[in-house]
Design a protein around this ligand. Structure first.
Ligand SMILES: [Mg+2]
Ligand SMILES: [Zn+2]
Length: 287
């Protein structure tokens, strides 16, 4: 399979960056107390718009917010992994419950923006008054997005986004393989939509990993866990190498250890689909 037939879809918060961008901005601007006070009264997405309104009225500029975003913690190995996957020719996309302003600012700062062909998230833009507005990806004030999975927020079902991506990929001649990476509750619904030729990379010991472990029988995709920037890079790049070489084309890919999850057996094992010699050994999954 050619690298261009591999579509890698990333969550953003706590996957590409090492924190939640909403919490990061609120905390760095010293607005945590108000945020926590208002959180029980409105949906998260509406609250972020409200917080930006409060900040604007206190004199915080969009430049101040951008400066905070540029300090967001991100692992160097993750930047390298994204650039490598892009350079190999994979199609990279983001599906995130953050917003376009936060994501674009951070990606641009790290020279990553050109790596992605598509960013699906909540719209965020600066209005005429210079106030950052954040709107829902799906306007839940008009209608429900139709997914009643408890882990999907009202403003965005990532599973519906994945189905749309899958529908557009199916129009193309070549069959595509999806690799999905995420950490949060909202990443469970899209994981359920992946097919048996696809791969899901849940962040170990994070909410989506727990849900996947408890619902193994519902997941058709092969599961490979990762826990930090180093594993993000090694697992993703080795997985890509492996998918490219699956058709028997010798790519001289250095396929080392992969971290596959088998929660039930408490061991890791790779499916014996090929006779490749360099396939990894089973390792225990620690709980
Ligand atoms: Mg996340
Ligand atoms: Zn959903």
């Amino acid at each position: 399979m050619a690298a261009s037939d591999i579509v890698v879809i990333f969550d953003f918060d706590k996957t590409i960056i090492d924190c939640d961008s909403d919490n990061w901005v609120v905390d760095e601007l010293g607005a945590t107390e108000l945020f926590n006070q208002l959180l029980p009264t409105m949906p998260w997405n509406s609250l972020m718009d409200r917080m930006m309104k409060e900040q604007h009225s206190q004199g915080t500029t969009v430049e101040d917010i951008a400066a905070v975003l540029k300090r967001t913690p991100i692992h160097l190995q993750i930047i390298e992994a994204i650039k490598s996957a892009h350079a190999l020719g994979c199609d990279l996309k983001i599906v995130s419950d953050a917003n376009t302003f936060f994501i674009d600012t951070i990606l641009e700062h790290h020279g990553l923006q050109e790596c992605f062909s598509e960013i699906n998230t909540n719209p965020g833009f600066v209005d005429e008054q210079g106030r950052l507005r954040i709107f829902p990806h799906h306007d839940f004030t008009k209608s429900s997005h139709g997914c009643d999975h408890p882990s999907c927020p009202p403003n965005m079902c990532k599973g519906i986004v994945i189905e749309k991506i899958q529908a557009s990929l199916s129009m193309e001649d070549q069959k595509k393989t999806i690799i999905y990476l995420g950490d949060g509750l909202g990443d469970f619904c899209p994981s359920l939509k992946l097919g048996d030729g696809d791969y899901v990379m849940p962040r170990k010991d994070f909410p989506v990993w727990d849900l996947i472990c408890k619902n193994r029988s519902l997941i058709k995709a092969q599961i490979y866990e990762w826990s930090d920037g180093e594993e993000f890079k090694s697992v993703l790049l080795r997985l890509i190498s492996r998918i490219i070489s699956i058709d028997g084309i010798n790519t001289n890919a250095n396929i080392g250890q992969l971290y596959s999850v088998d929660c039930k057996l408490n061991t890791m094992a790779l499916p014996a689909t090929t006779g490749h010699e360099a396939f990894p050994q089973a390792l225990p999954v620690l709980h």
